[in-house]
Design a protein around this ligand. Structure first.
Ligand code: 4HQ
Length: 254
């Protein structure tokens, strides 16, 4: 997997990606990162990358031309490295909300290069987006100061899905969202913390009961905290029974 990022802050992206799961996965050769600074593709002696918005208003807009040249260089580098295709993604609050399903699709297309455009200021000239961008992705309904952190979040979510990226392959399969449910609660030592004991079943060694307890806890949490996710979930026979138990326990509590 190869990911190229067009950014005014290449060191921010490279440094952040060098830690933890993404850093180790790069050392293992599972993915490669390259960054491209639009400032290096500016055409005037000030190396301008932004200008005032037509129509007036606050803030600045990123110029199309330096971005087009930076994106072109990124795609050429991917092609020279043997990638058959490149897909350009702009990180933007106006994009399609990122989902685990989209992350898995992008991670599975390992032979297609990914080019991420991280904008600053008020955004990017719309004509550049229309000509050069295949897809806009939002990491949430809130605004941050640049596309670098959203790009890093997308990178991290993709890279942790690559086979061999996690030391325990099972952990990627049990996380929140993987089966359309929130993850269950986790506990470690000590067995009693601040007067609170770990649920008995988790120390029982009874694997079937532990699995059932965790599934039930995931269902209960998802119903409580993410009714939108829960409504879309098709329940198995076992899950229907567990949901009934959760509802009975909740009614007994009222
Ligand atoms: N920005 N999801 C504005 C975001 C964002 C988001 C990135 C801020 C683009 C120009 N990106 N720049 N939310 O807030 O992806």
């Amino acid at each position: 997997m190869r990911i190229d990022v067009v950014t005014l802050f290449p060191a921010m992206v490279e440094h952040a990606a060098s830690f933890g799961v993404t850093g180790r996965a790069a050392e293992r050769g599972l993915w490669q990162l390259a960054t491209w600074n639009p400032r290096d593709f500016a055409s005037d002696s000030y190396r301008s990358v932004d200008d005032r918005p037509y129509g007036g208003g606050p803030g600045m807009v990123m110029l199309a031309e330096p971005l087009a040249r930076a994106l072109g260089a990124a795609r050429k580098a991917q092609s020279d490295a043997g990638m058959k295709t490149s897909r350009t993604i702009y990180l933007s609050p106006a994009g399609a909300p990122l989902t685990h399903a989209r992350v898995v699709e992008l991670a599975n297309a390992h032979d297609a290069g990914i080019v991420l455009l991280a904008g600053r200021y008020e955004g990017v000239d719309e004509r550049l987006l229309a000509r050069e961008v295949n897809e806009e992705i939002a990491i949430g309904d809130f605004v941050v100061s640049g596309g670098e952190l959203p790009a890093l979040m997308l990178i991290d979510a993709i890279v942790r899905q690559l086979p061999g990226a996690l030391n325990d392959e099972a952990s990627a399969q049990e996380d929140s969202f993987v089966n359309g449910l929130l993850d269950c609660p986790h506990y470690t030592r000590p067995e009693v913390y601040a007067g609170d004991a770990v649920p008995d079943v988790l120390s029982s060694g009874h694997h079937a009961q532990i699995r059932r307890w965790r599934l039930k806890a995931s269902l209960a949490r998802t119903m409580q905290r993410r009714p939108d996710l829960f409504a879309r979930r098709v329940l198995s026979k076992e899950e229907t029974q567990l949901v009934r138990e959760v509802q009975q326990e909740n009614e007994a509590q009222q």
